[in-house]
Design a protein. Structure first.
Ligand code: PMP
Length: 419
């Protein structure tokens, strides 16, 4: 029947397609925290486009703004022109995000993806400092283009992309499957020692909480010491907030927990509010050394995404949004104490939870948990070096009853896969 027909995907779509292989279903509708299959099955979505749907699917508040805009023949493609939608987004972003945090950044609209924001940040950091080196961290995920892949810590993806030796130096993230490491102290040693051969890099790029790497939140102390080190040596500090940002950890930016201010920030995924493509690179005003036209792109600054993003920020400023979010976050946090298996390690912050099965069945069990969850109506993805960590990312707007139902399925899946 049409309801289970995958043949066209197998026939025509490249083998590179990824997540969809794990979910043998064709979806066609979604609302809030739920995805509907064309065969009538309904799933709770704890994947959320890897952090793209913080406001849930087809959020009514945002949808109303979009439909009004379309009904009034608002511009859909503006190719960098000054538009009303862009102006409203910039004004709202300044009012809701920048000013309350005393952030004096300029904003560059990048191509539609997070990768584009990372590319722009790396290019600008190199241009502004006149240096080429970049420091990145093991376990990092910053994108799949050659520039962003060069700072992504996956041997498999780098080999597939033909990335050879480059001007990127990898050092261990604060915490990793190998344990904790004083990488800031290590970098300090290298920089202070003229015999090291280690040149001062243009930038350090880091996720304040590694998401694809396995849900590793950096401690405030570590981020502060990284800030102090980069300041001492005139190295630009880039925070990649593409997946952990836009409220996922409770604050708008994940780095707010540490009380430090980076020189550049990359933002994408949920900034588009409705799953619409938008990506931004924010940087200190004095770093805006671009000449007009030095970094362009046809699909940067999608107008519908501006409308949705402005509406999403209007939601973000509502008190009720935050009281509901606090309740949901507490519920997710409590789930960690309910697992009752000391071999299972959990990490997370706000509405991001990683359930690490490295010492409790490993990737094989994580795969079984994911399958069991799918069969019982829950979509959940895996992350970590070997896909050994279950990544729980419900929409920030999920109601407690659905959150509970999803967590019940997850608990059962963990239970039934114990050996
Ligand atoms: N940085 C981080 C932290 C990400 O999680 C991702 C996407 N998973 C990217 C960059 C790349 O974003 P995109 O897939 O939109 O290119």
């Amino acid at each position: 029947t049409a309801a289970t027909d995958f043949s066209v995907f197998q026939d025509l779509e490249s083998e590179v397609r990824s997540y969809c292989r794990k979910f043998p279903i064709v979806f066609h509708r979604a609302k809030g925290a739920e995805l509907h299959g064309e065969d009538g099955r309904v799933f709770i979505d704890f994947f959320c486009g890897a952090g793209t749907l913080n406001y849930g699917h087809n959020n009514d508040f945002i949808k109303r703004r979009l439909t009004e805009y379309l009904a009034a023949d608002g511009i859909v493609h503006g190719l960098d022109m000054h538009t009303v939608a862009k102006r409203e987004f910039l004004n709202t972003f300044a009012e809701v995000v920048l000013r309350p945090r005393d952030l004096d950044y300029k904003i560059q609209f990048c191509g539609p993806t997070g990768t584009d924001a990372v590319e722009a940040a790396l290019k600008l950091a190199r241009k502004a400092t006149g240096r080429t080196g970049v420091v990145a961290f093991t376990g990092a995920y910053h994108g799949m283009s050659r520039g962003s892949l060069a700072v992504t810590g996956s041997r498999r993806a780098r080999r597939a992309g033909g990335i050879g030796p480059s001007d990127v130096t990898f050092v261990p993230y604060e915490d990793s499957p190998q344990g904790t490491f004083d990488s800031v102290g290590y970098l300090e040693r290298l920089l202070a020692d003229p015999s090291s051969g280690f040149e001062i890099p243009a930038a350090v790029i880091v996720e304040p909480m590694q998401m694809e790497g396995g849900i590793y939140p950096a401690s405030p102390d570590w981020l502060r010491s990284l800030r102090a080190l980069t300041e001492r040596h005139g190295i630009l500090l880039i925070f990649d907030e593409i997946q952990a940002g836009c409220g996922r950890t409770g604050t708008f930016f994940c780095f707010e927990h540490a009380g430090v201010v980076p020189d550049m920030v990359t933002v994408s995924k949920s900034i588009g509010g409705y799953g619409l493509p938008l990506s931004l690179t924010l940087f200190r005003r004095d770093l805006d050394v671009w000449e007009p036209g030095e970094h362009t792109g046809t699909f940067r600054g999608n107008q519908l995404a501006f409308v949705a993003a402005t509406a999403a920020l209007d939601l973000w400023r509502q008190t009720k949004f935050h009281t509901d979010l606090a309740v949901a976050s507490r519920r997710l946090d409590r789930f960690r104490t309910e697992l009752l298996d000391p071999a299972i390690v959990t990490r997370g912050r706000g509405m991001a939870l990683g359930i690490d099965l490295a010492g409790a069945g490993g990737p094989e069990r994580a795969d079984l948990v994911q399958r069991h969850a799918f069969e019982h109506g829950l979509i959940v993805e895996l992350c970590g070096r070997h896909d050994e960590v279950i990544k729980v990312l419900p929409p920030l707007t999920i109601d407690i009853a659905r959150l509970d139902r999803g967590l019940d399925v997850l608990r059962d899946a963990l239970h039934s896969t114990r050996n």
